[in-house]
Design a protein around this ligand. Sequence first.
Ligand code: HEM
Length: 705
Amino acid sequence: MAKTTSPNSRKPAQLGDQTVARGEGGETHQVAGGDVPVLTTQQGVPVSDDQNSLKIGRRGPTVLEDFHFREKIFHFDHERIPERVVHARGYGAHGYFKNFASLAEITRADLFQRAGEKIPAFVRFSTVAGSKGSADLARDVRGFAVKLYTKEGNWDIVGNNIPVFFIQDAIKFPDMVHAAKEEPDRAFPQAQTAHDNFWDFISLNPESINMALWIMSDRTIPRSFRFMEGFGVHTFRLVTATGKSTFVKFHWKPKLGMQSVVWNEALKINGADPDFHRRDLWDAIRMGAFPEWELGLQLFDEKFADKFAFDVLDPTKLIPEEELPIRRVGRLVLDRVVDNFFAETEQVAFCTQNIVPGVDFSNDPLLQGRNFSYLDTQLKRLGSPNFTYLPINAPKCPFHTLQQDGHMAFVNPKGRVNYEPNSWGGAAGGPREAPEQGFHSFPAEEQGQKARVRSDTFADHYSQARQFYLSQTEIEQRHIASAFTFELSKVETPAIRARMVAHLLNVDAALAKAVADGLRLKEMPKPAEPARPVVKTLKPSPALSIIGNPAGTFEGRKLGALVSDGVDAALLNGLRAALEKEGAVLKVVAPMIGGVEASDGSWIEADEKIDGGPSVVFDAVAVLLSDAGAKLLAEEATARDFVADAFAHCKFIAHNGAAAPLLAKAGVAADGGVVELKAGRDAAAFVQTCRQLRFWEREAKVKRV
Ligand code: HEM
């Protein structure tokens, strides 16, 4: 009888700590046994050799009948699915939503009927313009999509980290996205709006100006998903069991406050750690520091809508929370990372149309268009109408439909019923309507001529942009001017640069001048002609500022300690203890990844080698060196960058006296943000100082153009 075992004989070999089997060609084999399961094909057939395809003779051709090889390569060839056309780069996590109290007087939504109700949730954060592989710190809007698995179906709040949007009508979405993405002939720039097409589009669409101010603010370079707000943007409705409707805008407020990075830092983070945001979320959840937001509602009626200065159906406008306070109604906690990125984060499908009884739409024309778009694109992206049955998308309450078949139909009804009405009674008759419990659209009265028009109540394009700008601190206003200057400096067509400045003249004269000066425009353009006169009397809304609403804590933040051999162990340990007490983290950065020997002879493991852990990935730094270490690192460019960048980005810098030569070489000047630690007990005061997050007083000294 022919031998069926492999003719390829194997001998044991040692690879570092691993004992493996080695084939005749020197290839590594690892075999099943004990706890290690047997590798099989998708049909469940055990595989004898996963290193070699089936050949005729040792050096002969590969044979077509090698079903294991065929299946493996076939599957690999089809691993990719189309990425999302927008928001391709994202990161998700599981958690829960728990309400603070019953809201039965406002909505019949099941998740708000019983005080303290807790339901599962899944959240996906994203950037908009870049492809799936783009870097996390692109200047971009962040998607903030929340799926709430309620007992009466899935409710998706598909929002952003900015409360307004670029356009007023969904028919403009393809144009807006085309303009923002890479230019079609050259396929660059990727994940950036700093190019002609984008600013050409914006400058010809004054309705985008409010959003333009927002995207040029620090909101589009968040430090972490954990430190940003979320917004449902549109006006929705909440509806009670008796049919009473209240308009609502949704807000997510981060527990640890808001925080952004500075632009030069963002550019460098993208090189140092393109996965900065996803790593941050993964690390925080894995260490038990669960990110948390409160859901806030701005509730209003027709009377408020009528007297409000703007149309509540216009998604380029917000309602200032000083004018309409936010009622906090529950908390969203993310406490579990995904088991598999593809299965959950990539295959999750959010849709603005996924609402539950007690929630309803408004006539916002952007929302109405979105309601069509998501399902349509997801059929293409996920390849079958059965994507709703994927575990991440399926409701966690019972569901019964009469839909059937299609690609990958893996949830199928039993029995003969696939239609109704039918005469098969009881369970055999399948699911039936529920007139009371079922979803009822709010019976809004609609009338009017059929026409392609834009309401004249949408025509004020500048007043809220001005209000947003005037609500920022001076530092943030400077950042906005710098961001416009940066982006428009990448625009090659001078007329587009000037056109944008023409719009900014309607927002704020000083802003327009700062940008015009930054671009060295030879002459100031005339203001763009507004469709409606700019209202200059809107009161600033302090809630719109990040820096003006300090987090007041260093919790959830990270300090990078650059150390050398001979580091004062007591000082380092004191700092670590003070940070832990605050709920912050200390990461050790050393010349070599193996770590350093401290002054007391103890060994300190490093988290990063210096060039893998630049200061841009930390919120504050400490430079704790021996005399010899300082001398060495003063001659090391990566160490000088570590310190110089921390200083330039207005971070708090702690140091021991011995670190002075490195600080001097890196151009650090003494100021209130540079703090000498003499003993471990000084650390607590330093960590308290770090609660301010940045030493902004320094910025005017280190950023002159
Ligand atoms: C207020 C305005 C908008 C907001 C806040 C918003 C938000 C989002 C978010 C957060 C995602 C990512 C969902 C995920 O994580 O999977 C997304 C995806 C998407 N959005 Fe929007 N969007 C807006 C406007 C629009 C408009 C006007 C359209 C089209 C008419 C649109 C079409 C899409 C499409 C096609 C996707 C990809 C969906 C997928 O493949 O799963 N969006 N949007």
